[in-house]
Design a protein around this ligand. Sequence first.
Ligand code: PMT
Length: 223
Amino acid sequence: TAPGSLTGKRVVITAGPTREPIDPVRYISNHSSGKMGYALAAAARAAGAEVVLVSGPVSIAVPAGVEIRAVMTAEEMLEQADRAVDEGCDLFIATAAVADYRPDTCATDKIKKSNESMSLSLVRNPDTLATIAARDDAPFTVGFAAETRDIEHYALDKLTRKKLNMIVANDVSAPGLGFNSDNNSVIVFWPQGREAIGPGPKAVLAQRLIALIADQITEKAGP
Ligand code: PMT
């Protein structure tokens, strides 16, 4: 295949936030818009791949030619991502901002404001990225790391701890970048190298990132 091409490859991408229900009308979530993941889905499709997007609730359009699997919670995200990988996957990219914790129960009825204070009991959510990377048949796996400080340290820790092929470190402390913005700035780390991309539009970053990943997949596969 030509440099930068993903022709014949199946790509699974997680995107957006998850919502963890507290009661029928409330949830815990975050500011992810899905823009980064959707831009990567479009770039992977343009590079010739078959793309499945496992997406939390967002309000942006699905890129043309991309298959969407809509999910709400972190548990649903793991289930759908695992199923999509079962169907065949050469490259897995996790851009989703998954809630690390969920309420241990979802109240059946709307919680009334009767007390002066209340507390929620939270339990850990499953980690989709770590689960996919730990499979015996793990695809080439790329994680994102949204950090506000010690970016390189935490990103490299995630690269080794989650057994990833590549990590995209995202400084989300700078205004106008990262969560719910059209622009982003990242540093990509892999075992043999690194590259800073941006600041710039997520669509432009996504194209460069897909080209970089495609080169690494080809290199890993050998001559
Ligand atoms: O959606 P946008 O508005 O465009 O914003 C894009 C973004 C800032 C959300 C994105 O670029 C980004 O940085 N995504 C990762 C967000 C994050 O919170 O990462 P994390 O450091 O908590 O998690 C590390 C990695 O593990 C991520 O690849 C994440 O998808 C994955 N993960 C984390 C927890 C979990 N339970 N399951 C996971 O798969």
